[in-house]
Design a protein around this ligand. Structure first.
Ligand code: ADP
Ligand code: MG
Length: 766
């Protein structure tokens, strides 16, 4: 079943070639105790290593199961070592950082046997060698003889057909040697045991066959196999593999033996993580604060579509910057140059059409808390008081007051009102014609506003008086008298005031901006309910004056041709024929709503000529995009600094892993002897760096969380903002992944080097 055919092996050291084995041919029986005798340096260990598949022969052949091993690949050799061969070494070769039970389990672990069966078999083997009560000890807690027993138990546990022992008693005293030899003799009952020794006494006492070596050649064999002798027997080779959990466990135990160093390494490499985590927490915190501010305040500021839109688009800004860059700085010329007005470069004239208004009306109502449309139609309101008599309040200047129309939804309700204003007197009902008086935070309105309501030169007016005040709205057809072919305003205000067509209007309510909404709601003035504007618009549309103006080619109010500043349309608009608004205020419900409103507005401009597009002004966006950009820039710069420390730490991990590889060379040899594949060795070291990576990531995150406490206290003192710095859990996870990946990359080359180590040389190192 095992046969060596003219095996040669030589070692080259520099110029010198050592011929360790010369044409060695031996055939072994399935069951015998062979002693290999020979002086030191005669090639005994080399022979054993070749038989055991630890070392490769130069030429000749090793026949297993009548099959040549010339075509064996690494996998075959690993499997062969794992389940056909049990090694016993002079220096025991146990892994020091795991228990003797785990040492014995190792070769079973490599062959992928399940946990329970593995434990049972290992305990069985340890019982057989008389160490049942020591199974949880570490190797260095045992005597030499006991350690060799562990090694024997390990060699037996997989029930291999062949046991190879290289001077197993070489390091033991005579008495212990005898015990060990008895144990081996016992094993040899049903196995092939090949034992190297330089002690002829031992060989004669225990072995059934003695083979002598000298200078790499076989010089005698006490019981060679005869030609006719039957020597069949199968060796069963199963493939091995170590799973990652085993590798983790192995490395974890190893790391436990050097806790201090691991902790320091993990700490050092966590510094980069801490840096990045802190920066991310801060910028994340500020982002949250900015968002909160935007949500609370800025998002409620309306998107304004007016005749002139500020268009601070990147394009426009770039244009302005480019233009000024092209010019010479501090010129010598004695000239002053003209520069385009900001209005020309930064504004866009919107032509708000009925189409556009229809488009706006189709905005998803769920996204808005209100829309107000400003029209430039004139209102004729007459007010009476005893002191000054009848007064005309002309309210075309409504267009100058953005707040003068209460933003409402289709059903007349107004979230804007509810969210931003306190009603301090009366009741708002937008479905009825009426006025709403807004006072400022000190309950003030301008004297001119009070005058419009009929309170001339009043220092103060009670809420009651204001709510009781009656005003008359006069329709255009009553207000304008037709004289010949044109219209002039009726000067008889008393008659108009008492005209039965005139509509009585009152101040419905007095409102004041909520205390925390001052940014949006400062200012004062009169607002008109929708119902009021609708009455005026409806009446104006069908009025005689409008119809006459439509027919006429001159200004019907002046009986003159249209001047340069006016057209028929402007006059018609003034008279209320046109209801197209001059401005539209859209109040978004919240931040997300604003985004969708904006994309809805942008959609209108798709595929349109520049002059036909309708631009809107979104102050909130201008402010927040600027702050957002600055934050992002600062974050990127700071993170790049911290990233450098991450790179440094991964180089450090590489060095640490390399040192670990050097330290664990022996272990690599042992694992390889037990049948571990090169891949498995890589895994062991990757597992080690994985553990360090996870540890440094966790440590980094934990330290960051602790540092955030004082950081937030300091920030609270500086900015009055509570808990600004917050680590986003997603960032924490990403940093963990970064930490593990970087350490794995750092340890990758040393791990590969480890797997390439020659097992024979690895076993030789101390
Ligand atoms: P033994 O076990 O009989 O003492 P070895 O098989 O260890 O002898 O060594 C046989 C010869 O081969 C010795 O001369 C030894 O120096 C040489 N040798 C063994 N291994 C190596 C190696 N890795 N490199 C160089 N020479 C080696
Ligand atoms: Mg030797």
């Amino acid at each position: 079943m095992l046969k060596l055919k003219k095996i040669n092996k030589s070692y080259k050291t520099g110029e010198f070639t050592q011929h360790a084995l010369k044409d060695v041919s031996i055939e072994f029986r399935k069951n015998e105790f062979v002693a290999i005798l020979g002086p030191s340096g005669s090639g005994k260990t080399t022979l054993l290593n070749i038989i055991g598949g630890l070392d490769r022969y130069d030429n000749g052949d090793l026949i297993i199961n009548n099959q040549s091993t010339k075509e064996f690949d690494d996998r075959n050799w690993d499997a062969y070592r794992n389940n056909c061969i049990g090694f016993i070494f002079q220096s025991y070769n146990l892994i020091n950082h795991i228990s003797i039970l785990e040492n014995v389990e190792m070769s079973l672990t490599l062959s992928g046997i399940d946990k329970k069966e593995k434990r049972q078999k290992a305990i069985e083997a340890l019982t057989k060698v008389g160490l049942k009560s020591h199974i949880h000890k570490k190797p260095n807690q045992l005597s030499g003889g006991q350690m060799q027993r562990v090694a024997i138990a390990r060699s037996l546990v997989n029930d291999p057909e062949i046991i190879l022992a290289d001077e197993p008693t070489g390091a033991l005293d005579t008495k212990t040697s005898k015990q060990i030899m008895d144990l081996i003799k016992e094993i040899a009952k049903d196995k092939l045991v090949i034992m190297v020794t330089h002690n002829p006494e031992l060989a004669k006492t225990y072995a059934t066959r003695i083979i002598e070596f000298k200078d790499g050649s076989l010089i005698s064999d006490s019981k060679p196999i005869k030609k006719k002798e039957k020597n069949n027997g199968e060796i069963n080779i199963k493939k091995t593999s170590m799973n990652f959990l085993t590798a983790l466990n192995l490395s974890f135990n190893n790391i436990k033996t050097k806790k201090g160093r691991t902790a320091l390494t993990a700490f050092a490499s966590s510094i980069g993580i801490i840096g990045i985590a802190l920066i991310l927490s801060l910028s994340n915190g500020f982002d949250i604060q900015i968002n909160k501010f935007e949500k609370e305040t800025l998002s409620q500021s309306p998107i304004i579509i007016s005749e002139q839109a500020m268009s601070m688009s990147e394009e426009n800004i770039a244009k302005v910057v480019e233009e000024s860059n092209d010019l010479e700085k501090y010129p010598d010329e004695d000239k002053v140059f003209s520069q385009d007005d900001i209005e020309t470069t930064m504004t866009h004239t919107n032509n708000i059409t009925n189409d556009y208004v229809d488009y706006i009306k189709k905005i998803n109502q769920d996204n808005i808390s209100g829309i107000s449309y400003q029209t430039a139609t004139n209102f004729n309101i007459i007010n009476y008081n005893e002191e000054s008599g009848y007064q005309l309040i002309n309210s075309t200047n409504a267009r100058l007051m953005p707040w003068s129309l209460l933003p409402t939804k289709k059903d007349g309700s107004s979230d804007v009102l509810d969210a931003n204003y306190d009603v301090i007197a009366g009741e708002v009902d937008t479905t009825k014609p009426g006025l709403i008086l807004q006072v400022d935070s000190k309950n003030r309105v301008y004297a001119s506003t009070l005058k419009q309501l009929g309170f001339n030169d009043a220092e103060e007016v009670s809420f009651e008086d204001i709510l009781n005040k009656e005003l008359k709205l006069v329709l255009n057809d009553d207000y304008y008298k037709k004289v010949n072919n044109f219209y002039i305003p009726n000067k008889d205000l008393e008659a108009l005031y008492n005209n039965e067509n005139s509509i009585t209007i009152k101040v419905q309510a007095i409102i004041r901006g909520k205390e925390d909404k001052e940014v949006l709601t400062s200012g004062s003035g009169i607002a008109y309910t929708n119902a009021l504007t609708n009455i005026v618009i409806e009446n104006n549309k069908g009025s005689n004056i409008v119809n006459d103006q439509k027919e006429s080619d001159y200004n019907i109010l002046t009986n003159q041709p249209f001047t340069e500043d006016e057209t028929k349309e402007t006059i018609l608009s003034y008279l209320g024929a046109e209801t197209t608004p001059v401005a539209i205020y859209i109040y978004p419900k919240d931040f997300e709503s604003k985004d969708s409103i904006i994309s809805y507005l942008d959609k209108y401009n798709e595929n349109k000529e520049e002059q036909d597009t309708i631009q809107y002004t979104d102050m909130a966006e201008m402010i927040s995009s600027l702050t957002g950009d600055i934050m992002n820039a600062v974050t990127i710069v700071l993170i790049s600094f911290s990233a450098i420390s991450l790179i440094v730490s991964s180089i450090m991990i590489g060095i640490i892993t390399y040192i670990s590889v050097l330290e664990r060379t022996k272990e690599i040899g042992i694992l390889r002897a037990l049948g571990a594949r090169k891949k498995d060795i890589t895994r062991v070291f990757n597992a080690e760096t994985f553990i360090i990576g996870v540890a440094s990531g966790l440590l980094g995150i934990a330290i960051t969380c602790i540092l955030l406490i004082p950081a937030n206290i300091i920030l609270e003192n500086l900015t009055n903002l509570e808990n600004v710095a917050q680590l986003n859990p997603l960032h924490a996870i990403i940093l963990m992944i970064v930490s593990v990946s970087l350490t794995l990359i750092g340890g990758f080359i040393p791990a590969k080097l480890a797997s390439k180590k020659d097992p024979v040389e690895a076993l030789r190192t101390e």
